[in-house]
Design a protein around this ligand. Structure first.
Ligand code: FAD
Length: 466
């Protein structure tokens, strides 16, 4: 009798994991064995942009998954390979060796992920079946269409339709399976070089941590809309790393919310979870977004600045704009950046320093523990006005005004730009050149007003030429 294998991907959990549950049922019914596998290719992940924080988070999540699967009597095999291509070849070999005919996994929409599955189909022996559960979304992307039969390019109607579909159909997440197999002692995983990330903000990474954080956050959810934009306050869920690794599923979040209140579009936290789904949904329809293309090619001819020092100063938190620098330093020190600051700092890079958004996208990918291609690309294209339902090109956040509004007492700036700590609240958002020089803080890298006006002229001209 042929055996079963669960192929883990960005879904490093045991609860709400349809492929794992299905494979366990099949193993039980057919009295066959079950193994789990994960293709570990740090080289490939790095090529896709991920850096140490994300790679370290993967390793931590895999170690915990290894323990959790061992408790279920399932061994996790790590296939270390320099590329996914090699990893798929090795996975097929493993399946042949273990007499596995049924491989269970989640369907993932990205470009490389499709190529990877295509390669599996091409290479695997005929009797080997890949069972792909289309279960990473609240509703399958093909099911969500406009009245004209197109995919949605605007978030609000997408959200309305999605909520209408799931309100009555949302099912409880599957609990961790209980299959009656004897627990095994977990064998240490061979994950090679250990990547370093200190996680000073103690972001939840592991499945258990994510569950606990989600429960705790539910007590705060009603304050989310008033606190979520204040970077000095702990007003957001911090669940992004768990969601990106799949140690938590969006269904688990939606279900947990639904146990407390109706799923309505006025729930700001719910909306953000659905933004995440929207960007993944777009990837299902437009996988070529993974190839560095603007969703709206109209703005691709923007004459970007090429001076590398602009990008370097932004990355290092040395632009001379306090909130933008505090944001950069939070990212570099913690592997995470507050959402309001992601918007402010990305917009400053693209629309004031006029640096191509793809450079910023790559930097965020390398520094973020929660790096998720769809959310990152969606966020950058939103800011750059090149994306779907993006902000209009003439909308440019003034970083000094944003600072006065969202960090009124300068607490966040003082924490991450300590050289400015002595300044009074009034001066801290935009120090005068005299104060900046006295405190050893850089002068602004460009003049904000001049640069803003220049950007608008360039965008306008492009819009007319197109
Ligand atoms: P909460 O405010 O508690 O939100 C709950 C969850 O909703 C988040 O964990 C996240 O999964 C999702 N979410 C929230 N806001 C967004 C959004 N705007 N778009 C998509 N999903 C969202 N998020 C990532 O997970 N990975 C990224 O690589 C990423 N890059 C970004 C780049 C830019 C330029 C911008 C503007 C946003 C980016 N975001 C990214 C979205 C957002 O900033 C983070 O998800 C959020 O700050 C994470 O903190 P949290 O978990 O406390 O969020």
């Amino acid at each position: 009798m042929a055996n079963q294998l669960v192929w883990f991907r960005n879904d490093l959990r045991t609860c709400d994991h349809a492929p794992l549950s299905e494979a366990l049922v099949a193993a039980h019914q057919q009295n066959s064995t079950i193994t789990a596998a994960f293709i570990w290719s740090p080289e490939q992940l790095q090529q896709q942009g991920a850096g140490s924080p994300k790679l370290a988070a993967y390793q931590q999540a895999l170690d915990a998954l290894n323990d959790d699967l061992a408790a279920l009597g399932v061994e996790l095999q790590i296939i270390t390979a320099p590329s996914w291509q090699q990893g798929v070849t090795d996975l097929i070999e493993l399946c042949v060796r273990l007499d596995v005919d049924n491989i269970y996994c989640h369907y993932e929409p990205g470009w490389d992920e499709r190529l990877r599955d295509g390669q599996f189909h091409d290479q695997a022996p005929e009797q080997m079946h890949l069972h792909r559960a289309n279960d990473l979304y609240s509703a399958p992307p093909r099911q969500l269409l406009t009245l004209q039969g197109n995919f949605y390019k605007v978030f609000t109607p997408y959200k309305r339709n999605l909520l209408a579909q799931i309100i009555d159909t949302l099912v409880a997440p599957r609990p961790a399976p209980d299959n009656g197999l004897p627990a095994q002692a977990a064998k240490p995983l061979a994950l090679g070089e250990r990547f370093v990330w200190d996680n000073p903000m103690q972001l939840p990474v592991l499945e258990q941590q994510a569950h606990e954080r989600l429960e705790d956050f539910m007590d705060q959810m009603n304050d989310y809309s008033s606190l979520r934009d204040i970077p000095a306050r702990a007003g957001t869920s911090l669940l992004s790393t768990s969601l990106a690794l799949g140690t938590l599923s969006s269904r688990q979040v939606l279900w947990t919310i639904a146990q407390r209140q109706a799923l309505t579009s006025s729930n700001a936290f719910l909306s953000e979870i659905l933004w995440r789904e929207f960007y993944k949904y777009l990837l299902a329809w437009r996988p070529e977004l993974c190839l560095g293309k603007a969703f709206n090619p109209k703005w691709d001819q923007f004459p970007w600045q090429t001076d590398p020092s602009l990008l370097q100063r932004w990355q290092a938190g040395q632009t001379g704009v306090p909130l933008v620098d505090a944001a950069a330093r939070q990212l570099n020190q913690t592997g995470w950046m507050h959402n309001r600051l992601r918007m402010v700092s990305a917009m400053y890079l693209v629309k004031i320093l006029q640096v191509d958004w793809r450079h910023g996208e790559a930097w965020f990918a390398r520094q973020l523990a929660d790096f998720d291609f769809a959310a990152n690309n969606g966020g950058w294209q939103w800011v750059a006005s090149t994306g779907v339902d993006a902000t209009p090109y003439f909308r440019i956040f003034n970083p000094h005004e944003q600072s006065r509004r969202f960090d009124p007492d300068g607490d966040f700036i003082r924490k991450y730009v300590p050289e400015l700590a002595p300044l009074a609240n009034k001066a801290i958002h935009q120090p005068t050149p005299e104060l900046a020089l006295a405190l050893g803080y850089p002068l602004p890298v460009v003049d904000y007003k001049t640069s803003r006006a220049d950007t608008l002229v360039k965008f306008k001209k492009l819009g007319q030429d197109y």
